[in-house]
Design a protein around this ligand. Structure first.
Ligand code: 5AD
Ligand code: SF4
Length: 467
């Protein structure tokens, strides 16, 4: 069992409030601008909204133009090699900002520098970066910025395994109707391919009242689509007093009055309980959509991935979800080319994809992450084989997606309007409860509102309809 989660003390938050005030004084009348570059998952998007909130409270204004920014933060991802390469290239180009204006303050945070070898690399090869931390010290940004503005020593924070949770950090949300709410941080699962437990530490849950208050505020402010975030939301509450479960949390959220959708991201199949499935089916606020990462359809591979479920268990959850929630939209994550994955193993994945009939899938080619168990496993798969499996799997899924989308023609669905499509003045984009994209024509702008659309056409990636 975990120890109880640490919460950042009001005293520590008061110290940061003082730094915020000091920075405000220092930069007042200078009209300084800030730019935050975000890579990776929704958890990072959510963290960046808090980073922007902190920057604004210090007196900076936001800019979309990174070349004129006086304060730059790169929030990085480490899930695959590609993400790290991109982060390093983005950080690399800010060298020119510092050359042009030596007063520019540059910070790097997120999963990449939470790995020691990457923090070392930033220290020795990226001299213009002023402060670096992982994912657990976000509330201390005012102190780091104050230090950099005063030309203090560069800061490199070594995160511990159980970073604290800070409540009361200001947030600047990107959207006025869609919001992320982190309900827990970290992961205890140590899937053998995954870097997350090493860079985000052990599971910590936010208190149920804190989550409920945030959701209540969002609903009051007119938010319509709220995603509860956690690496494995099914473990929610295990470290809290009274051990509230994710189902308890969902039941409480469902009591909040208003017209809104709740999404969950992400559920681990090993502990998707009947209690959770029932809570979803009993509430009309919890979206009829389930993202259930499969990763592989082969029991052999699942075992070596340390996933703690087999094909049979996975399919039994799918069956229960489908039985209790008519028309539920299913999505999943799949990794191809895990070390030792044979053609036969891969075919088993194809079989499950065909039998579950997901609405869409996220397919990834295995990327060895230094420090994980799978990094040094034998029988690594060649890039060519990974690519071929990736393409084959997507071809199989695309046909399924198309057929599932076509089956919606003639139906009327409730959608949340997201805004104008880029290409055409009167064409708007919206999303269904299951996150499917629906385009439609309208003279009136319904952005941020729920409306009903009759589907008249469908292809692999989108639906088309009329009001
Ligand atoms: N290589 C490829 N994909 C990965 N994922 C996690 N780690 C790796 C890796 N090393 C995928 C998993 C996870 C999703 C967020 O990213 O499918 O569910
Ligand atoms: Fe990574 Fe597995 Fe944790 Fe998901 S559950 S974050 S895949 S270790």
């Amino acid at each position: 069992m975990n120890d109880n989660t640490n919460f950042v003390t009001p005293h520590e938050m008061a110290i940061q409030a003082e730094y915020t005030q000091k920075v405000r004084e220092m930069i007042k009348d200078k009209e300084l601008k800030t730019f935050v570059y975000t890579l990776g998952c929704q958890q990072n998007e959510a963290d960046s909204e808090r980073i922007r909130g902190i920057f604004l409270s210090m007196g900076y204004t936001l800019t979309d133009d990174e070349t004129v920014a006086d304060l730059i933060m790169v929030n990085t991802c480490a899930i695959r090699e590609h993400a790290e390469k991109r982060a390093l290239s983005v950080i690399g180009r800010y060298k020119h900002n510092k050359a042009r204006n030596p007063n520019t303050v540059i910070g790097v945070c997120g999963c990449m520098p939470a790995q020691e070898h990457r923090a070392e690399q930033l220290k020795h090869s990226y001299h213009y970066v002023d402060f670096v931390f992982g994912t657990g010290s976000l509330h201390k940004i005012p102190e780091y910025v104050y230090n950099a503005l005063n030309k203090g020593k560069r800061i490199f924070v070594k995160e511990n395994e159980k970073p604290s949770i800070a409540e009361g950090v200001p947030v600047v949300r990107e959207s006025g109707f869609k919001a992320w709410v982190s309900i827990m941080y970290g992961c205890n699962n140590f899937c053998t391919y995954c870097i997350v437990p090493y860079v985000r530490g052990r599971e910590r849950s936010r208190k149920i009242e804190d989550v409920l208050n945030e959701v209540r505020e969002l609903v009051k402010d007119g938010y319509k689509d709220i995603t509860l975030l956690g690496q494995n939301v099914n473990s929610y509450g295990k470290d809290l007093e009274g051990k509230p479960t994710i189902a308890d949390l969902l039941k409480e959220i469902s009591k909040i009055e208003g017209d809104f959708w709740i999404h969950l991201m992400t559920s681990h199949p090993k502990d998707a309980s009947s209690e959770l499935i029932d809570a979803i089916s009993k509430s009309n606020k919890i979206a009829n959509h389930f993202h259930l990462p499969l990763q592989s359809g082969s029991d052999n591979v699942l075992k070596r991935m340390n996933r703690h479920y087999d094909k049979e268990k996975y399919l039994s959850i799918v069956k229960e979800l489908k039985e209790k929630n008519e028309g539920i939209v299913f999505t999943t994550d799949i990794i191809v080319g895990f070390p030792g994955e044979s053609d036969e193993d891969f075919e088993k994945t194809i079989d499950i994809v065909k039998s579950v009939e997901y609405d869409s899938i996220y397919t990834f080619q295995f990327s060895p992450r230094k420090g994980t168990v799978a990094y040094s496993m034998e029988n690594q798969i060649s890039d060519d084989v990974k690519k071929a499996r990736f393409e084959r799997l997507n071809d199989v899924q695309n046909e399924i997606s198309k057929a599932k989308n076509e089956a919606m023609i003639g139906k009327t669905v409730k959608v949340l309007v997201e805004g104008k499509s880029k290409n055409n003045e009167n064409i708007y984009s919206s999303r269904t409860e299951g996150n499917k994209i629906v385009h439609f024509e309208s003279d009136k702008d319904y952005t941020g509102q729920f409306i009903n659309i009759k589907i008249i056409r469908a292809d692999t990636f989108a639906l088309y309809g009329e009001i």
